[in-house]
Design a binder for this molecule. Structure first.
Ligand code: SPV
Ligand code: MG
Length: 431
């Protein structure tokens, strides 16, 4: 008897899946692969039910002969194990970015005469509604908030990109890239104080007030599902910080990062070129403790950012602070540097990890941007934040366009480097 394999990456079995199974049955024994959590998040489908439940709902279907685990989006391992005669899938995988997966399956099968079967993809009102409901669920505060902690447990490193508007949120949410046979996307979003301020034409000195910053978060949340890490600057007065924690937690933000500076905050990338004062260990610990005490869920994270290397206070000071902040209840440590060479960051991570194997480490490789994610992960880093690259790429492009329109007194010359109107319209979903 021939074997037919299909892989499910879903929390709900709907008529589209049943259609695939019915067609599959005509070809032989039906084996369904259930994609692991780790693989599902690389595929833009963060699971809303457990892996065990995903297996159970498929096992319950009479039409299915066997259920196996597929722990990679690509089919190499599973095809080597099962050598199915057919792999069946909805024909939507002929489109980018899923085409890479179809190509992978087809190449593997062709080595021994197997075949791909494309079934017309079912996308009617009912299926659309189910899809939308899952998305809605993921955007709800109780799901979104805990997602960062879940990702830290699931990903070698949580890849985070700066967002400051609905549009940049959509880029973070939807950009998926196929490279070297792998699909990849960002895991989380960073609401940078620098970029949130810059978008409003204001300096990054805690001038943009919290109400306005919450408005930015809300714009982003409206159109995304991925978890949010909020740049809380110094956290302000302890008496104010507790209110910030309560609001962010209620909104469904996953983490706030506060830096151990006091007084007029300036952007860290100025380093010692401007007057900046580091907070005392005791006072900053009080702030962390107050925030932890006010929190209502176990999901929300308060991450302590250490400015010792930025302010040239040395490695010993940075490490002393890290251990003190963890002791005070910090759920993570962010270590920052503006050196071009990542050596001091890596030294910090190694020394911190010698004594603490579990507290998440966050880094922002803006200056030391040659380092790769896997190198950071090898040194125990859990979250990497690309803190300002979207803003820095958009600004010169917009400025150049403005210059050229002024120069040529028309828009023809700039048009070919612009996104077609049709594409910008389709970026935005209609309900
Ligand atoms: C930000 O993005 O606002 C940050 C990171 O705080 S940095 O600009 O590198 O200080
Ligand atoms: Mg900042």
């Amino acid at each position: 008897m021939k074997t037919v394999y299909t892989c499910f990456c879903t929390d709900v079995i709907h008529e589209g899946h049943l259609n695939i199974l019915n067609v599959a049955k005509k070809y032989g024994k039906v084996i369904v692969g259930i994609l692991s959590d780790e693989a599902m998040i690389r595929f833009n489908r963060f699971p809303t039910i457990s892996f065990e439940d995903r297996i159970r709902i498929v096992k319950e279907l009479d039409i299915v002969d066997d259920v196996v685990v597929q722990d990679d989006i690509m089919y190499d391992k599973i095809v080597a194990e099962l050598r199915p005669d057919y792999i069946i899938h909805g024909d939507n995988w002929k489109d980018e970015p899923m085409k890479a997966i179809r190509d992978n399956a087809e190449t593997l099968l062709s080595e021994y005469g197997g075949e791909v079967i494309d079934v017309p993809y079912t996308y009617n009102e009912n299926v659309k509604r189910i899809d939308q409901r899952i998305k809605e669920k993921l955007s709800m505060p109780e799901y979104r908030r805990k997602r960062l902690r879940q990702l830290i447990g699931l990903c070698p490193i949580v890849k985070t990109i700066e967002v400051h508007s609905g549009l940049t949120g959509l880029i973070a949410e939807k950009t998926i890239v196929e490279h070297n046979g792998e699909l990849d996307q960002f895991d989380a979003m960073w609401i940078s104080s620098l970029c949130d301020s810059t978008a409003k034409g204001k300096p990054d000195i805690e001038l943009v007030d919290m109400t306005s910053r919450y408005r930015t978060i809300d714009d982003v949340m409206e159109v995304t599902t991925k978890p949010i890490i909020f740049d809380g600057d110094t956290g302000g007065l302890i008496e104010h910080f507790v209110y910030t924690v309560r609001t962010l937690e209620r909104m469904g933000v996953s983490a706030i990062i506060i830096e151990d500076k006091t007084g007029l905050k300036k952007n860290s990338l100025f380093g010692t070129e401007v007057q900046q004062t580091q907070d005392s260990i005791e006072h900053f610990c009080e702030k962390i403790k107050a925030g932890k005490k006010i929190q209502l869920t176990d999901d929300f994270m308060i991450i302590a950012r250490i400015e010792s290397l930025i302010l040239e206070q040395g490695m010993e000071d940075a490490l002393e602070r890290a251990f003190a902040y963890v002791e005070a209840g910090a759920d993570g440590i962010m270590i920052h540097s503006r050196k071009k060479d990542p050596a001091e960051i890596l030294e910090f991570c190694d020394k911190f990890r010698e004594k603490n194997s579990s507290t998440p480490i966050v880094v922002v490789p803006t200056s030391f941007n040659q380092i790769t994610e896997s190198e950071l992960a090898e040194h125990g880093v859990n979250i990497v934040i690309y803190a300002n690259q979207l803003t820095r790429s958009a600004f010169p492009a917009m400025e150049q366009t403005a210059r050229d329109i002024l120069k040529y007194h028309r828009a023809k010359e700039v048009d070919e480097r612009l996104m077609p109107i049709k594409e910008i319209i389709t970026l935005i979903d209609e309900l």
